[in-house]
Design a protein around this ligand. Structure first.
Ligand code: TYD
Ligand code: MG
Length: 466
């Protein structure tokens, strides 16, 4: 056996040839640890020449790919791209306590009830704790095979002794270790090796592998980041503290789209699917107050209405304060500069607070118009019409640009009882029951939002373009 030693940073996973006090890659101090891995002598030589390339034509003649496995939890299946792909590996990352174990146990129970073979291995909780959770989720009678283990060799030996499961869940990857390494469980080397062995098992047996992984916001603990390139799909389970809803988001998916989200609500009896998230995010809106605008957004294939709230206050210190929750701070700075330069609002010297209600994070540029409307409304003290939605991207010239899938957004707004939509000028889409207010540029927006309740609306009848 030849031994090869490397030095890996426990914060970012960077591998270095020699030890040093500071990681060159992430700048962390005292994060580099020596990792030794036993490599069987000659193993590489034996394997050379095995990966014979196929042409795509050859592959076509082979049997068709096995169908996807739906878990029966529609929000979860949709984010995966329509069910779990046999032989694939999926990482579900998220902060501790966000609900990863709950989601996985519910998905497995639902899958097992419909006749699939599901195995759940917990490295964190004892069997009794998993059973307690199952009782709380009211899934105790589901035929899920439970195990409590940490050693990868034990887990693989047990799995290989029986028929392979259809779905195998490991909760969490940080608690699994291999006896072939001296490094402590949870270190980069352990996480990487255990994941690699599990992924190899999944590919060989056709089981779908679900890995749960904790991510901490400050990135202190060696974690799923080093696993991301090993797996076929990475889903993040997010939720703001103090809010009861959770969003499952695909950030990498070899077998489906990466812009889908699944929305869940954490209840006393586990996660409940939220079929109509707009209703949830707009649920407890008060009667029109200045500084609140509803954004007709899109998450993947689904329209989603959320409220953007702004507060513009006189700056108390020399440098004005900016605080943004749920949106990009750089984007806010750009919108403020454009409002100042193109609409002459003089807003940039004030303290600005912007918040996306409900704790959702918006990444779409189409939210610009809603954010700008909320800012103008707060600055002038005029509330926007309560039944109005906004969408459109603002360019540096101050023009309002079209956003994709306008019809989907407008339909969702009409469905939820909105009667007016401030949209990019020149849009031809018409939805019955919804009036369109074309907005040409930020000066036009300032005229509309700054005096929304006094001025008569300029209304375009469906089909008529200005
Ligand atoms: P958990 O799935 O253990 O989180 P993770 O695996 O991501 O660390 O979820 C734990 C949180 O969820 C905990 O704060 C309690 C809450 N919870 C409920 O509110 N209702 C429930 O039915 C369950 C099972 C958990
Ligand atoms: Mg857990």
């Amino acid at each position: 056996m030849a031994r090869s030693a490397t030095f890996a940073c426990q914060a970012c996973g960077a591998v270095q040839a020699k030890w040093s006090g500071k990681c060159d890659a992430c700048g962390g101090w005292n994060t580099i640890v020596e990792e030794a891995r036993a490599v069987p002598a000659g193993a590489l030589a034996q394997k050379r020449g095995r990966g014979r390339p196929f042409s795509l034509d050859d592959l076509k003649t082979q049997e068709a790919a096995p169908p996807r496995r739906a878990t029966g939890i529609a929000e979860f299946d949709r984010v995966c791209g329509g069910g779990l792909v046999p032989g694939s590996a999926l990482l579900i990352g998220g902060d501790p306590g966000v609900g990863k174990s709950t989601l996985i146990l519910q998905a497995l129970s639902s899958f097992a009830k419909s006749g699939g073979r599901a195995v759940y291995i917990s490295g964190e909780e004892a069997m009794a704790q998993v059973q307690l959770r199952a009782a709380r989720l009211e899934v105790s009678e589901a035929p899920v095979a439970l195990g409590s283990a940490n050693c990868i060799e034990d887990i693989l030996a047990t799995l290989e002794a029986g028929p392979p499961p259809d779905v195998l869940a490991i909760d969490s990857i940080q608690t699994i270790w291999t006896s072939a390494l001296e490094a402590a469980p949870g270190t980069v080397a352990q996480v990487r090796t255990a994941s690699f062995d599990l992924v190899r098992y999944a590919k060989a047996s056709g089981a779908t592998l679900l890995l749960a992984g904790h991510v901490t916001k400050d990135g202190q603990i060696a974690g799923p980041k080093v696993v991301e390139h090993l797996v076929d799909a990475v889903l993040y389970f997010e939720g703001e503290r103090g809010h009861h809803f959770r969003v499952l988001r695909a950030v990498k998916n070899r077998f489906g789209p990466t812009d889908e989200i699944g929305v869940f609500e954490m209840t006393g009896r586990g996660l409940a699917e939220v079929g109509n998230p707009s209703a949830l995010f707009l649920g407890d809106r008060l009667a029109s107050a200045p500084g609140a605008a509803v954004f007709a957004g899109l998450e993947g294939t689904r329209p989603l209405l959320v409220e953007v709230q702004a507060l513009v206050a006189p700056a108390s210190y020399g440098t004005p304060r900016r605080a943004v929750v749920g949106w990009d701070g750089g984007r806010l700075a750009m919108i403020l500069a454009v409002l100042d330069a193109r609409a002459g609002l003089g807003i940039g010297g004030s303290d600005i607070y912007l918040n996306v209600a409900g704790g959702l994070r918006i990444g779409e540029p189409a939210a610009d118009l809603a954010a700008a409307a909320a800012l103008v409304s707060s600055l002038t003290g005029h509330a926007l019409p309560k039944d109005c939605v906004f969408f459109g991207e603002i360019s540096l010239s101050g023009d309002v640009r079209p956003a994709p899938q306008a019809e989907l957004r407008l339909k969702e707004a009409a469905k939820l009882g909105f009667r007016l939509a401030a949209v990019p000028a020149g849009m031809k889409t018409a939805i019955s029951g919804l009036e369109l207010r074309p907005v040409r540029d930020v000066a036009d927006l300032a005229a509309f939002a700054g005096a929304a309740q006094e001025r008569p609306r300029r209304i375009v009848r469906p089909g008529v373009v200005e």
